[in-house]
Write a protein that binds this ligand. Structure first.
Ligand code: S3P
Length: 432
């Protein structure tokens, strides 16, 4: 099992890039496959999750060339161009792959089976299967349709108006994909706006998607036209280095070409509210998505309260936000974040355990946690629980630990951030 050891370091300085956005990379393959014609994708994230999506589409007859310069060339075959996969489709650790594909496969003219690793097979699938069943989908899963593996017998679908109980882009996107194949209109309402990459990319491919207060709608029977795409850097990956630079005294980092879609920038709002000095430079647009260079300087942080609509806008960043909170003056309270319990692992329990090992006072609630900030951490040994974001958040906490922090089970960072450890090691080597 891979382990990493981190301890206190000097100021982090310089200019970095982070790999492409995971959510956008998944969608580039899915929508590119459904489009008519060739889609060229620059900046595709070659993380394990996205490779699961790529492999699944290849297994359904989609040709994808991976060029040496990292560009993907996807030969889209149109809305009815997928073919029945000869084997089970393995979604690995990827919730986005399995949930979005459930929606997409529900309306095909063939049979398919989706599964994943032991972590994914524990995660709730009922949230997509239940509304899909109302559209006419025939999908079976373990535990009364709650868990993968999922067996899908493609069916003609009908549109649905659905109020989602959770703000989830995976639920919304699964229903939009099924809605493309359904007769009539599909409307999805959500309690707070979740990330809108599907809506933006579908529009980029020529589909009409209507966004309104509280939801989104799509008419069935539309087709996609191939369009080139450029994937911005993933703000969820940049988040680790934003927090690193904030908490290590004297640091200043410039992170180039990061996606700053407003449905994803909760991390910037939260860190700024804590007193973090983060500037967005050279804001521009790339393939329908806003991007900027982020300049971050070490800052004295203070504890804040986080809840409500801000939560889905920073949902993947709470592990590293909890590290910032542990370094802040005063107490940080996170509420309304029950979703963290059903991510790659239970991220409330996992981060509480990491921070407690470091000597931080943390209490947990069903929907969040309370973290008392302090000046330094002690070292020790922590476990990633097989969750990429727990492993990377622990590494950032280690930068403030007085003695070495050992992190067990660190190969999982390949899920979303290939090259994380060398990038961090390079910055630490040059630390001043
Ligand atoms: C994602 C949506 C979010 C997020 C996940 C990626 C997506 O999940 O946590 O990492 O690409 O649509 P939920 O839809 O469960 O909130």
């Amino acid at each position: 099992m891979q382990t990493e050891s981190i301890e206190k370091c000097g100021a982090l300085r310089g200019e970095i890039r982070v790999p492409g956005d995971k959510s956008i990379s998944h969608r580039s393959v899915m929508f590119g496959a459904l489009a008519q014609g060739q889609t060229r994708v620059r900046g595709f994230l070659r993380g394990e999750d996205n490779l699961s999506t790529l492999t699944a589409f290849r297994a359904m007859g989609i040709a994808v060339e991976e060029r040496p310069d990292g560009e993907l060339l996807i030969e889209g075959r149109g809305m009815q161009g997928l073919s029945e996969p000869a084997d089970v489709l393995d979604c690995g650790n990827s919730g986005t792959t399995i949930r979005l594909m459930s929606g997409l496969l529900a309306g095909q003219r063939f049979f398919s089976v989706l599964t994943g690793d032991r972590y994914l097979r524990r995660r709730p699938m009922g949230r997509v299967l239940q509304p899909l069943a109302q559209m006419g989908a025939q999908i079976w899963g373990r535990q009364q349709g709650q868990c993968a593996p999922l067996a899908i017998v493609g069916q003609p679908l009908k549109g649905l108006s659905y109020q989602s109980p959770v703000a989830s882009a995976q639920v919304k996107s699964a229903l939009l994909l099924a809605g493309l194949y359904a007769e009539g209109e599909t409307r999805v309402y959500e309690p707070h706006l979740s990330r809108d990459h599907s809506e933006r990319m579908l529009r980029h491919f020529g589909v009409t998607v209507d966004s309104f207060a509280g939801g989104v709608s799509i008419a069935g029977g539309q087709s996609l036209q191939a369009r080139d795409l450029e994937v911005p850097g993933d703000i969820s990956s940049a988040a680790f280095f934003l927090v690193a630079a904030l908490i290590v005294p004297g640091s200043e980092l410039l992170i180039r070409q990061v996606g700053v879609n407003p449905t994803r920038t909760g991390i910037l709002d939260i860190l700024r509210a804590m007193g973090g000095d983060i500037r967005c430079l050279d804001e521009r647009e790339l393939g329908g998505e806003p991007v900027a260079d982020l300049l971050v300087r070490s800052s004295t942080l203070k504890g804040i309260e986080i809840g409500g609509a801000l939560v889905p806008r920073a949902i993947d960043e709470f592990p590293v936000i909890s590290v910032a909170a542990a370094c802040a003056e005063g107490t940080t309270v996170v509420r309304d974040a029950r979703e963290l319990r059903v991510k790659e692992t239970d991220r409330i329990a996992a981060m509480a355990s990491v921070l407690q090992t470091l000597g931080v006072t943390v209490t947990t609630a069903d929907d969040g946690m309370t973290i008392c900030g302090q000046e330094t951490f002690q070292g020790g040994q922590v476990d990633s629980c097989g969750d990429h974001r727990i492993a990377m958040s622990a590494a950032i906490a280690g930068l403030c630990a007085g003695t070495a922090l050992t992190i067990r089970d660190t190969a999982c960072t390949e899920t979303s951030f290939p090259g994380f450890w060398p990038l961090l090691a390079g910055l630490r080597r040059q630390a001043v």
